[in-house]
Design a protein around this ligand. Sequence first.
Ligand code: C2E
Ligand code: CA
Ligand code: CA
Ligand code: CA
Length: 277
Amino acid sequence: HARQSYVGVSGYHSGWDEDHLRRLQLLSDFRPALECGEIALYFQPKITPAASFPVGGEALVRWHHPQLGFVNPEEFINVIESAGQISLLTRWVIEQTIILLARLHSERQHLVISINLSALDLLEDDLCEYVTALLQKYRVGSACLCFEVTESAIMREADKSLGNLERLHQLGALLSIDDYGTGYSSLSQLKKLPVDELKIDKSFVLDLDNNADDKQIVKSTIELSHSLGLKVTAEGVETALSRDWLLANGCDTLQGYYYSKALPGAEFEQWLKRFLL
Ligand code: C2E
Ligand code: CA
Ligand code: CA
Ligand code: CA
């Protein structure tokens, strides 16, 4: 139906057409944008609250489109995922992250960078081989990488996804359950997954200071994680008050605008250097 949408019929455009056209444009511009550097990888610091020390960060894509301006990553990731092209982006993210890690000599500094994986990435037979080859090429240790996945992404094709997660884990990379609390969660399933960390979704953290229910949910999640031997990260930490509360309640790692938004690679490196004096 793509061609129909391009034909402007006497000035008439429904909302569907505009939305469809935008998706088509994002899809056709995506690959060249990746190649010419229009799409960039940013890194948001993660901190241990107890020591106020960086443990690393999360890789997050940014696209400044020349006509459309800043495009929300959730929007264009949804588009390229629907078109079956997400692995192109994921592989680029993995390589850019490993290049940064090589520059940081992170083995010595024990920095870990997290990478988001989509449901379709977990179905790629050679994902682990791809990661292994790049770690060798750039001489970076596998323990410097953490892969963030949502439970719903794993459940799309649980057997195949679990196989991939097991291989990544055996390689020595860390695994984290992303957006924890937002979807269906099965504790019996969670126990079977080779995960190291639960990441509490920012929707429970942003309003922590004013919301007693969120406090209770976050507190229980921290207790649950620790009882399963998992670390907990809270994302969306925006205030000193919520930082203090999370610290007092045993949260292991914090991420949020209170510390920093996602930064371009060079700025992220500068940000880290402040702690290495
Ligand atoms: P996510 O994995 O849950 O990432 C966390 C999001 O929370 C990021 O949004 C981050 O900028 C935002 N955030 C962090 N701290 C705060 C805070 O204190 N306050 C508020 N209000 N927001 C905060 P972002 O970068 O827009 O990414 C949105 C989503 O897009 C991500 O959610 C992830 O699902 C997806 N995404 C981003 N980069 C990638 C990527 O390279 N690959 C894949 N597959 N997905 C990605
Ligand atoms: Ca994430
Ligand atoms: Ca989230
Ligand atoms: Ca997400």
